[in-house]
Design a binder for this molecule. Structure first.
Ligand SMILES: Cc1cc2nc3c(=O)[nH]c(=O)nc-3n(C[C@H](O)[C@H](O)[C@H](O)COP(=O)(O)O)c2cc1C
Length: 185
């Protein structure tokens, strides 16, 4: 089971990227989690570019298509998903009806320095992914006051969040297996 981990933040010391690094450690046996980096290389989505898809978007489509499932970690920017993450999803959602998110099993988590742990961003992200055709599983995992939950090297200090990540990955993986079995049947 190969799960791609996509952080919605480009920031070097991003709490969301740290959260995904914690998820890599929390992954139960048999689940291999890999960080996907490429968000910052994408041009702003433009339908005219579909005639000659830029290399960065082509790579996104190939990488996301090859994953058994995708785990997104989103910060909250002004009450919603950062533009760069929305842009990546726009690229992944086209061509219409053939986008790589179609029937892809996905889950979300999120961290913010505020009190609500990017809850609104996660709710919006789930809605956006659903519209793009993904099978969104699990609930949100809000990590509030993120600056207090990681050490100076970005290691997660919160055992409860670690356990939540592990459970989340178990759900995501089993839903992805169930979906692929339904397709094979
Ligand atoms: C443009 C911008 C808007 C933000 N808006 C919110 C917000 O609406 N709610 C919130 O909880 N935090 C907000 N924040 C704070 C982010 O949660 C915080 O910077 C967080 O650490 C970003 O995630 P990262 O560490 O993964 O980069 C905002 C930050 C930026 C830069």
């Amino acid at each position: 089971m190969r799960i791609l981990a996509v952080s919605g933040s480009l920031r070097e010391s991003s709490h969301n990227t740290s959260l995904l690094r914690a998820a890599i450690e929390a992954a139960p046996e048999g689940i291999e989690l890999e960080l996907w980096e490429g968000l910052g290389d994408l041009p702003i989505y433009d339908e005219d570019l579909e005639h000659d898809v830029p290399e960065s978007a082509r790579r996104l489509r190939e990488d996301w298509a090859a994953a058994d499932a995708i785990l997104f970690s989103t910060p909250e920017y002004n009450g919603s998903v950062p533009g760069g993450l929305k842009n990546a999803i726009d690229w992944a959602s086209r061509p219409r009806l053939e986008g790589v998110l179609r029937n892809k099993t996905v889950a979300v988590v999120g961290a913010s320095t505020g009190r609500f742990g990017a809850l609104w961003a996660q709710q919006d992200l789930k809605r956006i992914l659903g519209i793009a055709g993904a099978r969104v599983v699990g609930t949100e995992i809000p990590v509030p006051r993120a600056h207090e939950r990681f050490d100076y090297e970005g290691r997660l200090l919160d055992g409860e969040v670690f356990a939540q990540l592990r459970l989340h990955l178990t759900t995501l993986a089993s839903e992805a297996v169930a979906a692929s079995e339904r397709v094979a049947a």
